[in-house]
Design a protein around this ligand. Structure first.
Ligand SMILES: [Zn+2]
Ligand SMILES: [Zn+2]
Length: 59
């Protein structure tokens, strides 16, 4: 897959991938290979620190 243009996140590195979720061009730094998402989408898809493996607590 060839992508032309600059990473739309840092705008300083050549884009290596296009996010299939939002279409953002992302360089290899700003593209999560495991999630196949740009950094923006990956940060939204991944649970935040201390919030991983979210389960409903029953009181
Ligand atoms: Zn970048
Ligand atoms: Zn994205």
């Amino acid at each position: 897959m060839s992508v032309s243009g600059l990473c739309q996140i840092c705008e300083s590195r050549p884009a290596a991938n296009r996010c299939p979720n939002c279409g953002t061009l992302a360089c290899e730094v700003h593209f999560d290979e495991s999630l196949r998402l740009c950094a923006d989408c990956a940060s939204q898809a991944q649970p935040g620190p201390g919030n991983d493996d979210v389960e409903i607590n029953r009181f």
